[in-house]
Design a protein around this ligand. Structure first.
Ligand SMILES: NC(=O)c1ccc[n+]([C@@H]2O[C@H](COP(=O)([O-])OP(=O)(O)OC[C@H]3O[C@@H](n4cnc5c(N)ncnc54)[C@H](OP(=O)(O)O)[C@@H]3O)[C@@H](O)[C@H]2O)c1
Length: 319
C-alpha cells in the first residue's frame, strides 16, 4: 500500500485534534486526476469543520476526516476519461466543496472538472489562496448580484480572504467599490483599488455609503442589520454568513426595503478558476499572503484564521 502524509481529525475539537499522520495514498477514479498537492489554502470553514459537525460541509458524516478544500499542485496520474489535463500540468481549484476534498494531504484524487490550470505567473502558495475565497467573490458579485460596469458595490471586510479578491474583481468589472476595514488595513485596501475606504473602528459606514447597487457582506449580523439602509430600492444584499442566523434577519428586512436578499453557498467551478487564472496572468488579480506554514504546523494556521483579522490569505506548503 502506497502511503502519504496528511492532516486528519478523529474527533471534533480544538486545534490539538489536527493529527499529522501516515495515511493511504488515493488512486484517481473515473473523471478524476491525482494531484500532488504543493500548497493548500486555509479558510474559516476548515476551522469550523474541525470544531463541530458543520451543517454544510460533510465533515460530520465520517471520521477520520481530512480537512481542506483549496489546492494547488501538479497532476501525477489520470483516472479514466479525465482528458482535461496531462501528467505534469500545474492545477488549482476547490474540488468537491462542501464534500471532502482532502486538501491537507500530499496527494488527493479529485474531479478534473473542478480544477483549472494554475496561473504560471504566481507561486503555488499564491494559487492555493485563491479557490474558495476567489470563487465566493466571483459567484457573489457576478452570478448572484450580476454586478455591472458603472454600478457601485459596498464590500464589508475588504481586507479578508474573500474581501481582497472581491475588491479587485469588482474594479476589474468597472464598478465603484466602497469598503470597510480597520486602521492598519486602510492603505492595503486602497492599493487593491477600493475607491472609498471606511475605517470601521472610527466611522459608521452608514454615514458614507448611500444608495449602492450591491452590498456584499462578509462580516455578519452587525453589518447586515444596517446593510439594507445603504442599498438602493431594487438593489441586492448578498450575505456570506449562513451559520449565524443571518438568513432569517435578511429575509425579514429585504421586503421592508424593497431589496433582494441572497445567502449563497460557494460551489466548485473549473471554468471560473480558469477565468480568474487569466486575470492573474494579466496582472489584474493578486493574492496577498499573510502567512505560510508547513503542513505539519496547521494548528498555527487555524489559530490565525480563527483570530478573525487575517489580511488576505493563510496557506500551507506541502513538502
Ligand atoms: N457562504 C459561503 O459560501 C462562504 C464562502 C466563503 C466565506 N464565507 C464566510 O465569509 C466570511 C468571510 O470569509 P473570509 O475568508 O474573507 O474571512 P477572513 O479572511 O478570516 O476575514 C478576516 C478579515 O475580516 C476583517 N474584519 C473583521 N471584523 C471586521 C469588521 N467588523 N468590519 C470590517 N472588516 C472586519 C479583518 O480586517 P481587520 O483586521 O482590519 O479587522 C480581516 O482582514 C467568513 O465568515 C466565512 O466563513 C462564506
Amino acid at each position: 500500500m502506497a502511503t502519504m502524509k496528511a492532516v486528519q481529525i478523529h474527533e471534533f475539537g480544538d486545534v490539538d485534534v489536527l493529527q499529522y499522520e501516515e495515511v493511504e495514498r488515493p488512486e484517481p477514479q473515473a473523471g478524476e486526476v491525482l494531484v500532488r498537492v504543493r500548497a493548500a489554502g486555509i479558510n474559516l470553514v476548515d476551522a469550523l469543520s474541525r470544531q463541530f459537525p458543520h451543517p454544510v460541509t460533510t465533515g460530520p458524516k465520517g471520521l477520520p476526516y481530512i480537512l481542506g478544500w483549496d489546492i494547488s499542485g501538479e497532476v501525477v496520474a489520470l483516472g479514466a476519461g479525465a482528458r482535461q489535463f496531462a501528467i505534469g500540468d500545474e492545477v488549482y481549484g476547490m474540488p468537491r466543496f462542501p464534500g471532502e476534498a482532502k486538501a491537507y494531504s500530499q496527494y488527493t484524487a479529485v474531479p478534473a472538472e473542478d480544477l483549472a490550470r494554475k496561473p504560471q505567473r504566481i507561486s503555488y502558495e499564491e494559487a492555493a489562496g485563491v479557490p474558495l475565497a476567489g470563487l465566493t467573490a466571483w459567484q457573489s458579485l457576478f452570478d448572484v448580484a450580476h454586478l455591472q460596469a458603472g454600478q457601485s458595490v459596498f464590500i464589508s471586510g475588504g481586507s479578508g480572504g474573500v474581501g481582497h479578491y472581491a475588491i479587485q474583481l469588482a474594479k476589474w468589472k468597472g464598478a465603484q467599490v466602497l469598503t470597510t476595514t480597520s486602521t492598519r488595513n486602510v492603505a492595503f485596501v486602497r492599493n487593491l483599488g477600493a475607491d472609498v475606504v471606511i475605517d470601521y473602528t472610527r466611522q459608521d459606514f452608514r454615514d458614507t455609503v448611500k444608495e449602492v447597487d450591491v452590498v456584499l457582506d462578509t462580516i455578519g449580523e452587525d453589518v447586515l442589520e444596517h446593510a439594507f439602509e445603504v442599498v438602493r430600492r431594487g438593489g441586492i444584499v448578498v450575505s456570506l454568513l449562513g451559520q449565524k442566523g443571518v438568513g432569517a434577519l435578511g429575509e425579514q428586512l429585504a421586503p421592508r426595503y424593497g431589496v433582494t436578499f441572497s445567502l449563497p453557498l460557494v460551489h466548485p467551478s473549473g471554468e471560473q478558476m480558469a477565468a480568474m487564472a487569466s486575470l492573474f496572468e494579466a496582472g489584474q488579480l493578486k493574492t496577498h499572503l499573510e502567512a505560510v506554514f508547513p503542513l505539519r504546523d496547521v494548528a498555527q494556521a487555524h489559530q490565525l484564521i480563527e483570530g478573525g483579522h487575517v489580511r488576505g490569505k493563510v496557506v500551507l506548503t506541502v513538502e
